[in-house]
Ligand binder design. Sequence first.
Ligand SMILES: [Zn+2]
Length: 484
Amino acid sequence: MPLVLAVSATILAFMAIVLARTLSVPGAAAPRAPLSSLELESAAGIEDKLAALVRFATISSWDASLENAAAFEALIAALPGLFPQVHAALARERIGDRALLYAWQGKDPALEPAILCAHFDVVPAEDEAGWRHGPFSGDIDDGFVWGRGTQDIKVTLASALEAAERLLSRGFQPRRTILFAFGGDEEVGGNRGAALIAKELARRGTRAAFLLDEGGPVAKGMLAMADRPLALVGIAEKGYIDVRLEATGSGGHASMPPRRTATGDIARAVAALEAKPGSTRIGFTVKSFLGRLRPYVPFGYRVLFSNLWVFGPLVRLAFSGSPTTAALLRSTRAATMLEGSPKENVLASHASAIINVRILPGEDSLGVLDRIMQIVGRFGVVASPAHADSVVEPLPESSLDTELWRAIEAALGTAFPEAAMLPFLFSAGTDTKHYRHIARAMYRLTPLLQTSEDLAGVHGRDERVEISNLRRCLRFYETLIGSL
Ligand SMILES: [Zn+2]
C-alpha cells in the first residue's frame, strides 16, 4: 500500500475511534425544573430553627481562652428544645467539651453505620458594622436567613436534625444505624471535636460504611461550559504541609556584602520553585469528574473529555492555565512568608521562607519534601516541615459505587432536580480527615445551590441563605436519611 494511503487510513481510523467514543456518551436528559415554593411549603419552619442556632456566637479560636464557652454551652443546651423527638429517640453523648455524637439505632445491626457530620462553630465576623444584618442576629428578612453559619455550616446541622425530627414523627427507623457527629472546633482544626469522636469510635471498634461531611456546593454558573448547575461532591481531599526553607549566611555589616547572601539564596530557591511548578496528572477523581461532565458540555468539550487517551495533554495544558483548574492536576506550592535580616544595614545570618503545599491524592508529604529539596538544594537551602503536627496526608479517593453515593444522587434529584451530580476533588480541609480510619468511603457536599457570589459570604461579609434554598437542603436530608 502506498504511504499516502496508509497514512490516510490511519487518520480515518483514528477519527472513527475519537468519534465513536464521543458519540457513545449518553445525551443529557433535559434539565428538570427547580422545585417551586409551593412544593417546598412542607419544609417550612426550618428557617426559625436555623435562625435560633445562628444567634449563639460560637466563634472558635486557636486560643481556647479567647472563646466564649458560654455560647457553645447555650447552643448545646438549646438543641433538645429545638429538636425534641430527636432527643427523645436518639442516644446523645458529649465527648469532651466540643463534640456531640448522636446514635440512631438501625433495624439491621449487621450493617455498618453511616456518619453524617457537621460543625457548630463558626469563624469570626470581621467588619461587623458593615453587615446588612448583624452576623449573629439570625434575622429573617427579604426571603433570607442572615448570619454566620447560615452557609458554613449550622445549615446542615439544623437540616439533618430537622429531617430526623420529621422522619421520627412518621415512625421511621433507618435500616442502618446513623451517627450524627458534630464538632465545635472544625474551623480551628477539629482536635477537640471530630478528632475525639473518631478516637472514641475507634476505641469501640466501630467502622462506618460511609460518611457525608460539608463540601462542594450545588454550583450555579461556576463552570461556564456546563448547561446546568453541578453538585460537586468531594470524593477526595488534598493533603497539606507547610515547608520551611532555610539558608544561613555570614551576617555582618551590609556595607561590604559577599557575592552571595542567605537572603539571596532564599530568593533564588523561591524563584526556582515557581519556575518548576511540578508536572500535572489527571488522577481518578478528575478523570471521573470529566467523564461524568460530558453529557452537559458542548460537543467540542465532549470530544476532548471522551478521548483523554489522546487529548489528555491538551486538557492538562488548558487546565494549567487557570489557578482553579491547575490545582486539580498538581500538588500546588505557594510561597507565603519570607524572613531575612531584622535590620536595614545588617546581613542576614539566617533567612527563611514558608512554602504552603496542597498535596494531590496519590502523592505524599515525603515525596513533596524530596522534590522541593532537589530543586532548592543547589542554592544551599534546606527544606523541612515547618509544623510537623499540621501535616495532613491526602485523603484517599472514595468509590463511586456505594449505597451512600447512590442515595446522595437520589436525594439531590429530589431536592435539586435541575442539577447534575459530579465527583470532585476538594482542596480545603474539613473534619473528614479525622475519620480517615473510621469510614470506608467519604463524601463532601453542602447541599445548597450556590453562586460564586453566595460563596463570598462564607467566611466573608453578609453570610446568608435564601429560605427556599434552605428548605431544599432539608428536603435533601429527609430523602437521604429516609433511604438509609
Ligand atoms: Zn465549615
